[in-house]
Design a protein around this ligand. Sequence first.
Ligand code: NDP
Ligand code: 2IT
Length: 451
Amino acid sequence: MENQVSRFVENFMAEIKSRNPAEPEFYQAVHEVVESLAPFIIENPALMKNKILERMAEPERVIMFRVPWVDDNGDVQINRGFRVQMNSAIGPYKGGIRFHASVNLGILKFLAFEQVLKNSLTSLPLGGGKGGSDFNPKGKSDNEVMRFCQSFMNELHRHIGPNTDVPAGDIGVGAREVSFMFGQYKKLRNEFTGTFTGKGLDFGGSPLRPEATGYGTVYFASEMLKTKKESIKGKTVAISGSGNVAQYATQKVLEMGGKVVTLSDSNGSIYDPEGIDEEKLEYVMVLKNAVRGRIKEYAEKYPSAQYLEGERPWSVKCDIALPCATQNELNGDQAQILIDNGCICVAEGANMPSTPEAVKLFLDKKILYGPGKAANAGGVAVSGLEMTQNSMRLQWTSDEVDEKLQSIMKNIHAACVKHGTQEDGFVNYVNGSNVSGFIKVANAMMAQGVV
Ligand code: NDP
Ligand code: 2IT
């Protein structure tokens, strides 16, 4: 069986690499899933015969387009826009939009591929997709961002809709960008529908959508800790990033009695051994969301903190690590340092933040490791709840949404335990989430025929 599994994985990956040249992040995401699923697929010949996994690794549709816009100096700028419509077997394509200079087709395909399984795990009727642009919002004026979003939407509006494809935010896309895109969509289509999630609360947004990813990640970490009779209370937590997910993960850890000692951005990290309390978090939120400044300024404002230029926060002693910035931001060496420092739990707020070497170490050492597609699914889950509210034309309260979010995160955790518990009792959340997310999509695809 072991031989059969490794041959299956090898052949599958050889085909993926030859069909998708120069997309390393896509290979990485697919490889992890194929490794998890190979034994399951080999035991189920119908899955093999119907080439379900092969079909899942081929986007249903990719849209790539020119995004021309005029900057504040009157110069013409040209970016590239993308939407990867990966899988619609269980619902309309659903997934965020990323604006970052690094965006390319391979990165969006990895994100869309992960999104299909993540969305299935939420138990809501959501297919998977992802989009974005190599537009860099840093240093751009509000007007430039608006003109860019409008130009982006001038093309994308034809391909999305409340029953077709519902985008949301991701790196570089928050309330400001979603609102500009929604405004332009509404103008072009002359319809007010729930075609975006993460909208403002006054125009169809769901309470708790901004908080959902970070809160959900901490709820998931808390569920994992419970299996060891542990909790967040009194724990020291290292968080990376300082954007949407990192901010609300910090807020929830504080609420649950933990101490957050790090945050970061693409230039470096801050380490505050006294802890980032509510007041300091409020400062970070204004700094990042309104002033659009750098995390370095935290260390200038609070003398208790050190700024670690060009470093990730993983060398700091902590009990729990929550990577909440970007892909491949935690490598094997850093994973080893975390383990040596006594870290017992890693829950991923970001998508694929741990490299394969880091993941292998977490699994070999049997610490609690919650991969992104399970641990950060709270964001898209509340997006799904926003779609429901939009269809019903009503708005739930924050408490109602929070209750649903907590229950969804608990269910995802239980599904991982069901499908990922090994003979020795260790819960492999990687296998658990991949198998559990896959089953529903695979069944739907088999039922719908070769389409
Ligand atoms: P934001 O744009 O709000 O914040 C991103 C943060 O990560 C910033 O602090 C940013 O620093 C840092 N960052 C971005 N790129 C890099 C990089 N290449 N190297 C180092 N740091 C980087 O995005 P979000 O908080 O929304 O997203 C963070 C992660 O969470 C992403 O992986 C995203 O895919 C994932 N995610 C987001 C969800 C959501 O609902 N928003 C849902 C599920 C997952 P800087 O300011 O320097 O750019
Ligand atoms: O990666 C993700 O799950 C997101 N960026 C959120 C997607 C969504 O549709 O809310």
